[in-house]
Write a protein that binds this ligand. Structure first.
Ligand SMILES: *Cc1c(COP(=O)(O)O)cnc(C)c1O
Length: 459
């Protein structure tokens, strides 16, 4: 028989998880105002809120922590990180930042002004937040296939080149400081962008003289999908694919809490010295001196090591196949979800799962609450709550998809945890007809409201 996949690492240290009763969870979720961000982690059994900074570092990364150089300027840790970024991503210039959104803040301070348009494939929430905070507009040019969860398309993260060209043609080029490619693309379900698409975006950008920025948080997972789904690249190594992906970008913003498998950190990397110099001013202002920018030396060391580990094929293979294992289990139970499975998460389609709950009552958030009550599993809403209100009309924005994201931390949970999670969802699915009412908002912030929103059940 064909041998099943197995992780290329073993467990050296464990952390206890606390079980709870349904009664406990009813009390805790009420206290948390039906927002799982307000739960304490010890009220959660399996935490699939995010894959951001929640991965397990390796013994090699921990040993790098001991070698960190905490010098203010010119630390060896800075050069270790610089070497890793040059070798793996091919960029000559970089700036450390404390996390991904800080990289956005620094770069956008240089490039984005009021009234600008920033086209891309659906922008990450903090990216969009930083664009809208500057009174600019994020224009979603993702391919239409991304918004039909039942269509199985290998690269649902792709940018629709016609939509993109339309935006570039209709607007003066001075209003378009950059195109952002998010790879993989979280919002429609951790979906990859093909190398052909990145190339095509580059050639359209060149025609109009616009910069291309890659939001690189999950670049290694994207490269794995290129290798396994894009015929022309099946014999290329992950390293070759990664270098080619970035060869089409002028700069990248990186949340190292994702594919660099560290708990905190980020960076900007640049091809041109000029842009690097302009960004350095803001980095010093917001983050720290250019050779540490919000990171300690030990964290830069762990990040450099994590970039190497996170781009190994065998690691990526077991990572993405673990996510796929959960997807397959849910498929067996008939649970509707975004197809194909994402790289870092499974995205359950809440509109199809809870059709009796009205959309204005936050279907996906309702499902998040039900899943927590069922088994102490914490997922996250990627839907109307996260979409925020329209900055001009202040009306709720209803995104095309209403999703519950089961985000798998890197190298943390076992197959049994996946089975447990799938069983919790199956139990809810079996009684879905009885779930007819959702939630209403009691309190919300004006931007990025999903983090702090307070809700109450209706009925
Ligand atoms: C996480 C993430 C960010 C923001 O990074 P933080 O480290 O959370 O600040 C930006 N873009 C993408 C695609 C991300 O996944």
């Amino acid at each position: 028989m064909n041998l099943p996949f197995a992780e290329c690492y073993k467990i050296k240290m464990v952390e206890s998880l606390r079980k709870s009763t349904r009664g406990d969870r009813e009390k805790w979720i009420k206290e948390a105002r039906y927002n799982v961000f307000n739960l304490r982690s010890n009220q959660v059994f399996i935490d699939l809120l995010t894959d951001s900074g929640t991965g397990a570092m390796s013994d090699k990364q921990w040993s790098e922590m001991m070698l960190g150089d905490e010098s203010y300027a010119g630390a060896s840790s800075y050069y270790k990180m610089k070497d890793a970024i040059r070798e793996i991503m091919g960029f000559e210039y970089f700036l450390p930042t404390h996390q991904g959104r800080a990289a956005e803040n620094v770069l956008f301070s240089v490039l984005i002004k009021e009234g600008d348009l920033v086209p891309g494939n659906s922008h990450f929430d903090t990216t969009k937040g930083h664009i809208e905070f500057r009174k600019a507009l994020a224009v979603d040019c993702t391919v239409d296939e991304a918004y039909d969860t039942s269509v199985n398309h290998p690269f649902k993260g792709n940018i629709d080149i016609d939509k993109l060209a339309g935006v570039l043609k209709k607007n003066p080029v001075e209003k378009i400081p950059m195109i952002i490619i998010t790879a993989t693309c979280n919002t429609p379900g951790g979906q990859p962008v093909s190398l052909q698409n990145i190339k095509d975006v580059r050639s359209v950008a060149d025609k109009f003289g616009v910069r291309v920025i890659i939001d690189a948080a999950r670049f290694a997972e994207n490269a794995y999908f290129i290798k396994t789904r894009e015929a022309a690249y099946k014999d290329k190594s992950i390293h070759e694919i990664v270098l080619e992906m970035f060869s089409y970008a002028d700069a990248v913003t990186m949340s190292s809490k994702k594919d660099a498998i560290v708990n905190m950190g980020g960076f900007l990397a640049f091809r041109e010295e000029e842009l690097f110099k302009q960004a350095s001013v803001y980095n010093i202002l917001f983050e720290g001196y250019i050779t540490y920018g919000g990171m300690s030396g030990r964290d830069m060391n762990a990040l450099a090591q994590g970039l190497h580990e996170g781009t190994e094929f065998d690691y990526l293979d077991s990572r993405i196949r673990q996510v796929g294992y959960l997807g397959k289990k849910l498929d067996e139970y008939g649970i509707p979800m975004q197809q194909p499975y994402g790289g870092h998460a499974i995205f359950v389609d809440a509109q199809r799962f809870l059709p009796n709950v009205p959309r204005e009552e936050f279907q996906a958030q309702k499902l998040v609450v039900e899943l927590y009550l069922e088994g102490g599993v914490r997922a996250v809403e990627i839907g109307t709550l996260m979409a925020d209100r329209d900055p001009v009309t202040r009306e709720n924005r209803y995104p095309k998809l209403e999703l519950l994201r089961l985000t798998i931390p890197r190298r943390v949970y076992t197959k049994n945890h996946m089975d447990y999670t799938a069983a919790c969802l199956k139990n809810i699915y079996d009684r879905r007809d009885s779930i007819t009412r959702g939630l209403r908002i009691v309190n919300e912030a004006t931007i990025l409201r999903h983090f702090t929103v307070e809700l109450e059940p209706i009925g």
